[in-house]
Design a protein around this ligand. Structure first.
Ligand code: LLP
Length: 421
């Protein structure tokens, strides 16, 4: 459920008319609903009620500091994967004890930054990383709390590019070698083993792969405890999918997911962490764009928008589907026609949808891409020297620009012409 609904024929973000924001901010822009973000965070928090737990928002999905502050104020932790994300989380006021550091290639600088600033745990993904962390932490006279991310060799049955839990994927340590590597970790200075981490992929639409992975984590917990390790925390990753179309089968709900967690690992007495990204932010955001031209091709109609692949990369990168709806609700009974919906960037990959059935639209009309809150603005670039797309946050009848559109001068001022040119 989200808070982008038609009211009196106009698409609203909560109680704000999106066309009004468009006239103030210009297009394209991202718009997020505080009510939806709040609701989705609480769904997870409630799903784990009764268990000692922390919901760590995967901020890679949406990392604007205002959004992090909103979630942090609700009690969320965050999952970060870079020094930049760590700095953003801290800038949003999230304390170190609510920040977990994931990622397959943490640098020594990033390790030191997090140890200095405070960290809940590092999710370590390899032996070389473990050795580096031991050196960095002991060199600072610090102790790094860690989990080891295990690769359970479970197929998440999702898009090839976002499956992370099969043995051929670059993530985690092979679960078969876990006992050996935990033994090594326990011997290293500057390292304190506290638990196990797993994350098998993103946009999962069935609970079965989670069940398989969490079952393996439960078995491993018992084995490691028998080996003498204190396993008090399980980080179960993120990955629960969202409905991208109104008509497809809805993925499982956070409450079903919470029940699964209770069933698979609930009896171990561990503190539970989860790292949802998309389910919190995805349907909490839309991308609003204006039609520049409607162009009649030889055998099709092209709807040319002012948003492009640099603003929303998912269709070009994963062939992802986003519903695209006009800001003015189509009158009942209007005739829909197939259109190719494209951006202005100079490559054919800059296509959002092919032969999409659309109501009549003309130049100047506004449309919204739904479910664009996750992996939207964060994956934007300035390709074709198109300034980074701005972001707006709505709360009730308030709206605020939480990242302005850079001017051309802002963009160009970052480049430096050397003196010898
Ligand atoms: N934890 C870890 C360690 C992750 O790598 C990810 C996502 C998450 C949590 C959050 O997963 P979520 O709950 O959002 O599914 N750009 C792609 C998605 C990449 C996901 C990367 N890792 C897309 O647009 O579909």
């Amino acid at each position: 459920m989200d808070h982008f609904l038609y009211r009196d024929g106009r698409l609203m973000a909560e109680d704000v008319d999106l066309a009004q924001i468009a006239s103030e901010v210009g297009t394209p822009f991202y718009c997020y609903s505080a009510a939806t973000l709040t609701r989705h965070f609480r769904l997870f928090d409630e799903a784990l009620a009764g268990m000692d737990h922390l919901v760590c928002f995967a901020m890679k999905s949406l990392s604007n500091v205002a959004v992090l502050k909103l979630l942090g104020d609700l009690g969320a932790g965050v999952d970060v994967v870079s020094g930049g994300e760590y700095a953003r989380a801290r800038a949003a006021g999230i304390p170190g004890e609510r920040i977990v550091f994931s990622g397959v290639g943490k640098t020594r600088e990033e390790m030191a930054q997090a140890l200095e600033g405070g960290i809940r745990q590092f999710n370590v993904e390899s032996e070389p990383e473990l050795l580096a962390l031991s050196e960095v932490a002991s060199g600072m006279g610090a102790t790094a709390p860690i989990t080891l991310r295990v690769n359970p060799d479970v197929d998440a049955q999702t898009h090839e590019k976002i499956a992370t839990g099969r043995k051929e994927d670059k993530f985690g340590i092979p679960i078969a070698r876990a006992r050996e590597i935990y033994a090594e970790a326990a011997r290293l200075p500057g390292i304190k083993v506290i638990g196990i981490d797993v994350h098998i992929g993103s946009q999962l639409t069935s609970l079965a792969p989670f069940e398989a992975a969490y079952g393996k984590v439960a078995d491993l917990t018992r084995q490691l405890r028998a080996d003498g390790h204190e396993i008090s925390r399980l980080d179960l990753g993120g990955g629960l999918g969202i409905p991208y179309t109104r008509d497809n089968l809805a993925p499982p709900l956070p409450s079903d997911y919470g029940d699964l967690i209770r069933r698979t690992v609930g009896d171990l007495g561990c503190e539970i962490e989860i790292e949802p990204g998309r389910l919190i932010s995805g349907n909490a955001g839309i991308l609003v764009s204006r039609v520049i031209y409607v162009k009649e091709g030889e055998d099709r109609t092209f709807l040319i928008l002012d948003a492009a692949m640099n603003d929303l990369l998912r269709p070009a990168m994963y062939g992802a589907h986003h519903d695209i709806v006009p800001l003015v609700e189509p009158a009942p009974g209007v005739e829909y026609a197939p259109m190719d919906i494209v951006g202005p960037v100079c490559e054919s990959g800059d296509t959002f949808a092919k032969t999409r059935s659309m109501p009549p639209l003309k130049a100047g009309d506004l449309v919204a891409f739904r479910s664009a809150g996750a992996y939207g603005a964060v994956m934007a670039s300035e390709y074709n020297s198109r300034p980074l797309v701005p972001e707006v946050l709505v709360h009730g009848d308030h709206s605020a620009v939480i990242r302005p559109r850079p001017t051309f001068d802002d963009m160009i001022a970052r480049d430096i012409i050397p003196q010898w040119l």
